[in-house]
Design a protein around this ligand. Structure first.
Ligand code: SF4
Length: 307
């Protein structure tokens, strides 16, 4: 069988090992050297161009159905649970806790739940909206497991590495948010970041109020492509008397976008995290779909005031 292997950045170090194992079984193997951001970003075009029979995508669970032979190999990591005991000091004032994690540690949620229940806590584990598959699992673009239990809990606890995943959940919830990073040996409340990001959001909206020309980012990645939204936003912006063009790319290069100096602001329809995480890489504001609607409404109100 002809197989294309695709690894996210953190697992690319395992590529040779997996390729050799599959070759020893008689397969012809290729390794995708392109950057990979998630299971929203399957290398199907590369697989088709290579004439591959199958794509093996490592490190992520299925994101959405695609019309190609894709095998998903999730990576589960047993993180040490030694920080659970000291975490109790941080949540001593809270009874009801919500638990979220990434796909790598979702199999550990039962043990974590048991630990907190034995220590007198009531534990809630929410459901994702659909892109994530397991209860308690969060993705950068699916924070349903936290948002769905926000009203029930006194505090949210994220167990896992990095800030990328808990940040989305933090911004979609209202309760205190404790991050436990088992490999960095760190336990900290990250609530203060809500205010930082709220100010950034207000800043990009204000910076877009004089914009006349909008560039709408449309991704060609299979799980991020949203032509309907891009066209709808273009027609809304034009209906308000401004210019809008759709800018298509597979992986957006912010240097290239910065070269498009005729545009006064950009609107994101690709991975929703781009407008949260990558704004500082652009010279012009990069708005989410909701934010451009706020901008259009405010521009309209300003126009009416000036009449
Ligand atoms: S957060 Fe973005 S990169 Fe990650 S799975 Fe969702 S769409 Fe893909």
């Amino acid at each position: 069988m002809k197989i294309l292997l695709q690894f996210p950045e953190g697992l690319k170090q395992k590529a040779l090992e997996h390729a050799k194992a599959l070759e020893s079984e008689g397969n012809e193997v290729f390794i995708s050297a392109s950057p990979t951001f998630g299971a929203c970003d399957l290398a199907i075009d590369e697989a088709k161009n290579l004439g591959a029979d199958k794509l093996i995508h490592f490190g992520h669970a299925e994101f959405h159905h695609v019309d190609f032979n894709v095998e998903y190999i999730e990576y589960r990591i047993d993180a040490p649970l030694t920080l659970l005991e000291p975490s109790l000091q941080h949540i001593s004032n809270y009874k009801k806790i919500g638990l979220v994690t990434t796909i790598q540690h979702v199999h550990q949620l039962d043990s974590i739940r048991e630990f907190y229940e034995k220590n007198g806590k009531e534990v809630f584990i929410g459901r994702p909206y659909g892109f994530a598959k397991a209860r308690g699992q969060i993705l950068g673009c699916d924070i349903g497991s936290a948002a769905s239990i926000d009203k029930d809990v006194d505090v949210h606890i994220y167990f896992g590495g990095g800030i990328f995943h808990p940040l989305g959940a933090l911004l979609a919830t209202t309760k205190p948010f404790l991050a436990i990073e088992p490999f960095d040996n760190r336990i900290e409340f990250i609530d203060r970041m809500r205010e930082t990001y709220r100010k950034k959001r207000n800043g990009r909206i204000m910076a877009s109020l004089n914009a006349n020309n909008f560039g709408i980012l449309l991704s060609t990645k299979n799980g991020q492509h949203n032509m309907q939204l891009a066209k709808m936003l273009k027609s809304r912006i034009e209906a308000h008397g401004f210019n809008a063009e759709i800018l298509a790319s597979n992986t957006f290069d912010f240097e290239s976008i910065n070269n498009m100096m005729e545009f006064d602001a950009f609107v994101n329809t690709a991975c929703p995290r781009i407008s949260i995480d990558d704004n500082d890489r652009l010279r012009k504001p990069l708005l989410s779909a909701n934010e451009i609607m706020d901008v259009l409404r405010m521009k309209n109100e300003l126009k009416n005031l000036q009449k």
